[in-house]
Design a binder for this molecule. Structure first.
Ligand SMILES: Cc1cc2nc3c(=O)[nH]c(=O)nc-3n(C[C@H](O)[C@H](O)[C@H](O)COP(=O)(O)O)c2cc1C
Ligand code: SF4
Ligand code: SF4
Length: 242
């Protein structure tokens, strides 16, 4: 079974690739709203694929494990995609699993392309290509058991408390703006994993004060009409090239 959560497609690509090697059920954590009981077959591995969120995992992933129940889970393997550095991502994912009586995961970090355009810029297309090529090779090595699991140091974990705490300060929706380029397609509202957006007179507005801060709305708008304050103005958007 593969549980995945992806905003711009990196983690979704990884989940699909894992599924090619280990065929089984793929579950989008963003869509599983009703409380479920997931039962694994004897000897089946539970895979988790998500993106690094301020050196941890996003609120949606935390809530997913709180809401759902799992049986017969003996081995968990997680691949956390990131834009540069996993930090304490392994520690925070395992903390969530422990809190929900699940075994600790073997965590692998996978640097792909950053989508966190609030603090960074999406790299140029040739750099993206190189990064994704390297990531693909590493993913195949992870899947064939040639890579050692990631383990953050004590110091990184201590710093992680500070880095991950910043996430909650960025989850406010107030800074989102929509430009005149909006064509009222409704994609942002339809795709938001936490239903934070609604269309009013053809224009999106954020009806919740906080959201998961995944930036899916911003990166998937067909006219790049969505910005987050001034920090994303003029910056390129990103989606995994399929
Ligand atoms: C809210 C948020 C926080 C992020 N924090 C980090 C981070 O701490 N370190 C990092 O390397 N990348 C970070 N990123 C970048 C993503 O982890 C990275 O681009 C990831 O591969 C995106 O996966 P996706 O396409 O499946 O959504 C962050 C992205 C978002 C949206
Ligand atoms: S996705 Fe973009 S164009 Fe479509 S409604 Fe939302 S802001 Fe407007
Ligand atoms: S409003 Fe945008 S950033 Fe926030 S959860 Fe929805 S899609 Fe993600």
């Amino acid at each position: 079974m593969i549980l995945y959560y992806s905003s711009t497609g990196n983690s979704y690509h990884v989940a699909r690739e894992i599924n090619r090697h280990y065929p089984g059920k793929m579950i989008d954590m963003a869509k599983a709203e009703e409380k479920e009981r997931y039962v694994l077959a004897d000897g089946e591995t539970l895979f988790i694929v998500t993106y690094n969120c301020f050196w941890g995992v996003s609120k949606l992933v935390e809530d997913f494990f709180k809401l759902h129940q799992f049986s017969n889970v003996n081995k968990i393997v997680a691949v956390i995609t990131c834009g540069g550095y996993l930090g304490s991502g392994d520690f925070f994912l395992n903390r969530v699993l422990r809190a929900n009586n699940l075994p600790q995961a073997e965590v692998y970090d996978l640097v792909m392309v950053t989508n966190y355009v609030i603090l960074h810029k999406v790299p140029e297309p040739d750099v993206q290509k190189q990064l994704l090529y390297t990531a693909e090779n590493r993913l195949q090595q992870i899947l064939s058991g040639q890579v050692k699991p990631y383990s953050s140091s004590r110091l990184t974990r201590m710093l992680g408390w500070i880095v991950h705490a910043i996430y909650s300060r960025f989850r406010y929706t107030k800074p989102f703006t929509v430009s005149e380029a909006c064509i009222s397609c409704g994609k942002c509202a339809r795709n938001c994993p936490v239903q934070a957006i609604e269309l009013f007179q053809g224009r999106p507005f954020w009806k919740k004060n906080t959201c998961d801060h995944c930036l899916k709305c911003l990166h998937n708008c067909p006219t790049a009409a969505i910005n987050y304050g001034r920090s994303t103005l003029g910056k390129k958007t990103y989606r995994y090239p399929e």
